[in-house]
Write a protein that binds this ligand. Structure first.
Ligand code: PLP
Length: 460
């Protein structure tokens, strides 16, 4: 546990002890006294997540591959071809290229769409760092945009205001499996003649207006890292309809495939070398991801059902609400279930206090990760890399890109900044009993309803 969270826990405990004294607060809600003040836990029966990303079937295939000495596939055949075909089919795109990480797919996308020194790429301020750092690797400048506080997805109006003659691309992140307003982004991208890239790392199987995420933009990028809904341990996959973009991504990091693998012959003399990077995935990872892809529909159904339970149980509870979805959108992947905690409705508690009280009730709640990068600063644009870190020693285009970025630091981000005191996170429940999800939701409601009557927590 970090020093900060230890202190927080200590303070929460001290306050809990105070709260146990009725005269010092700790008023019982209609659901009974809070467990953190010695009341009965709301979630009496813990549930174990029974969903497994890897099954014996895939392990058997890995074993078979290993015993045949098939430990690498450099020409993009075998499981790589199978996976790419299936993934492109799911997204409804012509092409897919499987790589060794989601970060590699984003780097390839920025490279393929021609982003380079002097260019700007608009990317949300609320996301994992890897949506933005590959922009620096091509020498371009990230421009952080605000997000819609209800859905956490890039705000199209703000994105459009940030467009300048230097803008080369927009990256929309379907964070926590929640699709952005892709019709609006497509319209903006086409009118301003800039590339549209989707970071759909959290969202395989999600769609907007019936069309799969990843297929709206010029390139769609997905992480297949261990925690993701489709996991190859460490892998990623990019999809596109454009043969030129396909060839350019292939040429960046797939030696062995560039000669005969290009679909448009974009780089005639390239033969089988690449532009110097190696983004080929491990064949075992792709075998694991193939199994996960086959079972993605089932996983998404389970997670959607559980998310609906949270929504039903927390309807009309202003203190805590699952993050909203646009009417035209269907979620997929999820990664985590994210909820919006409103301190004003909860006696001005801090979200850390709310998390401590919910944990005491037996809910596996935690503080959201993307609003506490490094535990010391909050949003990505505030992290030392984008603010104070010494960049002189950095070679390549990265140092120059960071220096350029610092000349025009992040714009005002009023909605995104609000999230820092509000977002909390649950595991993306899949194969757990629905009653357990219901109990967790009821426990959250219990804490939210009791909070205004508990004054001790205000100092936490
Ligand atoms: C939104 C987002 N984009 C990109 C990535 C990078 O993916 P990878 O870890 O596979 O490189 C992640 C990984 O968690 C992510 O969450």
């Amino acid at each position: 546990m970090s020093e900060t969270s230890e202190n927080e826990t200590g303070r929460a405990k001290a306050s809990a002890a105070n709260g146990a004294d009725e005269s010092a607060g700790g008023k019982a809600s209609r659901n009974g006294r809070l467990a953190i003040f010695g009341g009965k836990k709301a979630v009496q029966k813990k549930a174990k997540e029974k969903w497994r990303k890897v099954t014996l079937r895939e392990i058997g295939t890995v074993l078979y591959s290993g015993l045949r000495d098939v430990n690498t596939v450099s020409d993009g055949g075998g499981p790589l071809r199978q996976f790419e075909k299936k993934f492109a089919e799911m997204c409804g795109t012509k092409y897919a290229i499987v790589m060794n990480s989601g970060t590699a797919t984003l780097h390839s996308a920025y490279f393929a769409t021609g982003c380079g020194p002097g260019d700007e790429v608009i990317v949300p301020a609320y996301t994992f760092f890897a949506s933005s750092t590959p922009i620096l690797q091509v020498g371009a400048t990230p421009v952080f945009c605000d997000v819609d506080e209800k859905t956490l997805i890039a705000d199209p109006a703000h994105v459009e205001r940030l467009i300048t003659p230097r803008t080369r691309a927009i990256c929309v992140v379907h964070v926590w499996g929640n699709p952005g307003k892709m019709d609006a982004f497509l319209d903006i991208a086409r009118r301003h003649r800039v590339a549209l890239i989707e970071d759909a790392s959290h969202a395989p199987g999600a769609s907007y207006a019936g069309r799969p995420v990843g297929s709206w933009g010029d390139i769609g990028c997905f992480s297949l890292q261990g925690a993701k809904a489709v996991s190859g341990g460490e892998c990623g996959v990019a999809v596109t309809d454009d043969p030129d973009l396909y060839d350019r991504m292939l040429a960046l990091g797939h030696n062995g495939r560039t000669g005969r693998g290009q679909v448009n012959g974009t780089f005639e003399g390239l033969d089988n070398v690449s532009f110097g990077l190696k983004y080929r995935p491990h064949v075992y990872g792709v075998i694991l991801a193939l199994g996960g892809l086959d079972r993605l529909g089932e996983l998404n159904e389970l997670r959607r059902r559980n998310y609906r339970i949270l929504e039903e149980e927390l309807r009309g509870c202003p203190g805590i609400q699952p993050v909203g979805t646009y009417e035209e959108a269907e979620r997929g992947g999820f990664l985590n279930f994210i909820l919006n905690f409103d301190p004003k409705q909860c006696g001005d508690w801090s979200r850390e206090a709310f998390v401590q009280a919910a944990k005491a009730e037996g809910v596996p709640l935690s503080v959201d990760r993307y609003t506490q990068f490094g535990n010391r600063w909050a949003l990505l644009p505030d992290s030392p890399m984008f603010t104070t870190m010494e960049t002189k020693g950095l070679g390549g285009p990265m140092g120059i890109a960071l220096d350029n970025y610092r000349k025009n630091p992040a714009p005002e981000l009023p909605n995104t900044r609000k999230l820092v005191t509000r977002l909390v996170s649950l595991p993306a429940f899949a194969k757990v009993p629905p009653e357990y999800v219901r109990d967790c939701a009821r426990a959250l409601r219990k804490v939210a309803e009791a909070a205004p009557g508990v004054r001790d927590f205000r100092d936490i």
